[in-house]
Design a protein around this ligand. Structure first.
Ligand code: WT7
Length: 631
C-alpha cells in the first residue's frame, strides 16, 4: 500500500484536492485498507457538540491491516528490530510472521484471563518488544489499551487506571534505563492497592527479579501464554469504536484521557507516516520516542506496521553507555529514517560533536524532530553532524489530540527552513485566528493556531467527560478546533510554531499543566499555596519554576526544596521535578484573588524589568520581594 506523494507539485495538487473535496480525497485513501465491511459514508461532523465520525459503519480490525495483510506479502520481512539498553545484550529481530504469532498468542492469553471486547487494559511497560505485542493483542480482541508511560509514579498510574476503570495492568518486573534499573512491578503493586477495577496483573520477566506477586491476581507473562495457540480470530470492530485512551495534561485539572477511534486513526497514521518519512520498502525506520507517548503509538507502532515497514525500538537512553549511542545504533542497523526530539539533540550537542563525527551515518535519508520548537542552533547541528548536510529535516508539529503529524515537511520533497514546521499535510486545514476569533489571512503574521475542518485522526472525546473535550478544544472559537499553540506563517505560507499560549509547560517534549504540578506541590503539608510557570531551559526547552508559599519561609531552604521535589515525584513522577523552587511570603494577586501569572512568568524568564501593568495588584510589595529573591 503505497500512499506516498513524490514531488512538491504533487503535494500542491493533492493539497488542493483535499480542500476542495475532503471526503473524496480520504475515500480514495481509505479504500486501500482492509475492511471486513465497507463504510457507508466517509464523514459526518460538527465542531459544536463536537461530534466527528469517519468511515461510518465500516467494520474492521486494525491488526488485520498490520498482521494478516502483511503476512501474505511480507511474511519474512522484518517487522520489528529491538535494541536493548545494554549494547552487549543480543538485539531482537522479528519478521511479520513472528509478530503475527506472538500477538495472536498473547491475544488468546488475554481472552483466557477474562478480557473481552470493550474492556480497558492499562499497559505500564518498559520499551521492550512485548510492549508492542501487548498493544496489538488488545486490539486483536477489541480491548481498549491505555498505555501509561513507565516513568509515571504509582499515584499517577492509579489515577489513570481509575479514570478508565481498567480491568488489567500489563507490566514487567523491572526496567533498564542506562546504569539504572527501575522496579516497575513494585510501582504497580502500590498503585493497584487503590484500584478496585483491576482483576489481573500480567508481569513480563525483563530483569529477572522476584517481585511480590499477589495470588489470584498476578500472573507471569510466560505462564499466561503457556499452551495458547498462535491464531486468534480478529474481533469485528466498528470504525468509531475506541482504539485507545492516552492521558495528557491540559491547562486545568488532572490529565485527561484523549480518545482515538479505529478507522480514522488507522488511515491517518499510515498516510502521514509514509508521506512525512518517505518510507521505501526496504528501509529501516527508527523513532526514539517512548510508546508511553502519542509519538510512540503513531510512529513506532501503528504508522510503520500498517505500512509494512521495519520499525526499530530502543530500550535505553541516548547517553548510555556514551553519548554516541544513537549514532552507533544507526550504523549498526543501517537506519534510514531517524526521528527524535529537540531536547535529545540539545543534550547530545552539549557532549560535543566528537561523539557523532566518528560514525558514518551514511544510511540516513530523512531526519525528523517532534515535541517542541527546535531552535536554529540545534537544527543546524542535527543537519550538519547527523545528516551530513544531505538529509532533509522534517520538523513535525502535532499533538496527542491530533493523533498524527499535521504540519511538516514530506521527506525531501518540500522546502525546508530551520525552526519552521512548514506546510500542512493534505487534508489538514490550519488557520491563524486573532484573540477575537477573526481569521488572519495575510502571511507574515502571528496568531492562534486552529483547525477549521476535521481530519481522520482528530480526538473524538476525552474519556468519560465529553463536556471537557468541548470546553478545552471547541469552545474558545466557534466551529474551530483550538490547538493551544501560537504560530506564525511566513511570506511563503510556511508555519513556525511558537509554543503554547495556555498554562501548559513543555519540559523535554513532555507536557504538564501548571495546575497539575501546583496540586502536587500543595499536597505537601508545609505548603499553603503555589504557582508554577515555565522558563526557558537550554536543554529541556522549558523548565519548571515554582513559587511556593509556606506558613513561614523555611529556614533550611535546601531540605524544604528536597521535600517538595519528593512530593512531586510521588504524585506525578521524576519527569515533573521543578527545577527551581522559590519560597515567597505571598503570590501576586489581583483584587479579585487571581494569581498574576504573567508577572511570575516574566520574573522566571529573568525579565523583571518587563512586568507590564501591575496597577491591578492587591499588594505590589510582594512583587518587589519576589524579584529580589528570584533564582
Ligand atoms: C504540543 C503537543 C505530538 C508528539 C509529541 C508531543 C508541541 C509538538 C512540535 C513541533 C513545535 C511542537 C506543541 C503541541 N509541539 N511538536 N514540531 N514544533 N512545537 O505531543 O504531548 O501532545 O504535546 O507539543 O506545543 O501543542 P503532546
Amino acid at each position: 500500500m503505497d500512499l506516498r506523494i513524490k514531488s512538491f507539485d504533487e503535494y500542491k495538487e493533492k493539497y488542493e484536492q483535499s480542500v476542495k473535496d475532503p471526503k473524496g480525497f480520504w475515500d480514495e485513501i481509505a479504500q486501500k485498507f482492509t475492511w471486513q465491511k465497507p463504510y457507508d459514508e466517509v464523514l459526518d461532523w460538527n465542531f459544536t457538540d463536537p461530534d466527528v465520525k469517519w468511515f461510518i459503519n465500516g467494520k474492521l480490525n486494525i491488526t488485520e491491516n498490520i498482521l494478516d495483510a502483511n503476512l501474505e506479502k511480507r511474511g519474512n520481512k522484518l517487522a520489528l528490530i529491538w535494541e536493548p539498553n545494554d549494547p552487549r545484550e543480543r538485539f531482537v529481530r522479528w519478521t511479520y510472521r513472528e509478530l503475527y504469532e506472538k500477538v495472536n498468542q498473547f491475544a488468546n492469553a488475554l481472552k483466557n484471563q477474562g478480557i473481552q471486547k470493550g474492556d480497558v487494559v492499562a499497559i505500564y511497560m518498559p520499551m521492550i518488544p512485548e510492549l508492542t505485542v501487548a498493544v496489538l493483542a488488545c486490539v486483536r480482541i477489541g480491548a481498549i489499551h491505555s498505555v501509561v508511560f513507565a516513568g509515571f509514579s504509582a499515584h499517577a498510574l492509579a489515577d489513570r487506571i481509575n479514570d478508565a476503570k481498567a480491568k488489567m495492568v500489563i507490566t514487567a518486573d523491572g526496567q533498564n534505563r542506562g546504569h539504572k534499573q527501575i522496579p516497575l512491578k513494585r510501582v504497580v503493586n502500590e498503585a493497584v492497592q487503590n484500584c478496585d477495577s483491576i482483576e489481573t496483573v500480567i508481569v513480563y520477566d525483563r530483569v529477572g527479579w522476584s517481585p511480590e506477586m499477589k495470588e489470584g491476581r498476578d500472573i507471569w507473562w510466560h505462564d499466561a501464554i503457556e499452551g495458547m495457540g498462535s491464531d486468534c480470530e480478529p474481533e469485528q470492530m466498528d470504525s468509531e469504536d475506541i482504539l485507545f485512551i492516552l492521558y495528557t495534561s491540559g491547562s486545568t485539572g488532572k490529565p485527561k484521557g484523549v480518545v482515538h477511534t479505529i478507522g480514522g486513526y488507522m488511515v491517518y497514521a499510515a498516510y502521514s507516516f509514509q508521506n512525512v518519512f518517505q518510507y521505501e520498502e526496504s528501509d529501516i525506520y527508527w523513532c526514539t520516542a517512548d510508546v508511553g507517548w502519542i509519538t510512540g503509538h503513531s510512529y513506532i507502532i501503528y504508522g510503520p506496521l500498517l505500512s509494512g515497514a521495519t520499525t526499530m525500538m530502543f530500550e535505553g537512553v541516548p547517553t548510555y553507555p556514551d553519548p554516541g549511542r544513537f549514532w552507533q545504533i544507526c550504523d549498526k542497523h543501517g537506519v534510514n529514517q531517524f526521528y527524535t526530539a529537540p531536547t535529545a539533540i540539545r543534550a547530545l550537542m552539549a557532549h560535543g560533536e566528537d561523539h557523532v563525527i566518528s560514525y558514518s551515518l551514511d544510511s540516513l535519508k530523512v531526519l525528523g524532530t517532534v515535541g517542541e520548537p527546535i531552535n536554529e542552533e540545534a537544527w543546524r547541528w542535527y543537519y550538519i553532524h547527523v545528516g551530513k548536510e544531505k538529509c532533509p529535516i522534517v520538523d513535525t508539529w502535532w499533538q496527542t489530540e491530533t493523533g498524527g503529524i499535521m504540519i511538516s515537511g514530506l521527506g525531501e520533497h518540500t522546502p525546508q527552513k530551520p525552526a519552521h514546521a512548514g506546510y500542512p499535510l493534505p487534508g489538514i486545514q490550519p488557520v491563524l485566528l486573532d484573540q477575537d476569533g477573526n481569521e488572519i489571512t495575510e502571511n507574515g503574521k502571528e496568531g492562534l493556531l486552529c483547525m477549521k475542518y476535521p481530519w481522520p485522526s482528530i480526538l473524538r472525546t476525552t474519556y468519560g467527560d465529553h463536556e471537557r473535550c468541548k470546553l478545552t478544544y471547541f469552545s474558545t472559537f466557534k466551529d474551530h478546533y483550538f490547538t493551544g499553540d501560537g504560530a506564525k506563517r511566513d511570506e511563503n505560507g510556511m508555519y513556525r510554531i511558537i509554543g503554547r499560549v495556555d498554562d501548559v509547560i513543555n519540559v523535554s517534549g513532555h507536557r504538564f499543566g501548571t495546575a497539575e504540578i501546583e496540586e502536587a506541590i500543595n499536597s505537601n503539608d508545609k505548603v499553603v499555596e503555589s504557582a508554577v510557570v515555565g522558563y526557558p531551559h537550554e536543554v529541556k526547552g522549558q523548565g519548571i519554576y515554582a513559587y511556593v508559599v509556606c506558613d513561614n519561609i523555611p529556614e533550611d531552604k535546601e531540605s524544604a526544596r528536597g521535600e517538595i521535589v519528593e512530593t512531586v515525584v510521588e504524585e506525578i513522577g521524576k519527569i515533573a521535578k521543578p527545577e527551581k523552587i522559590q519560597f515567597v511570603s505571598a503570590l501576586p494577586k489581583t483584587r479579585s484573588g487571581k494569581i498574576m501569572r504573567r508577572i511570575l512568568r516574566k520574573i522566571a524568564e529573568g525579565e523583571p524589568d518587563k512586568l507590564g501593568d501591575t496597577s491591578t495588584l492587591l499588594d505590589p510589595d510582594v512583587v518587589e520581594e519576589i524579584v529580589e529573591g528570584a533564582l
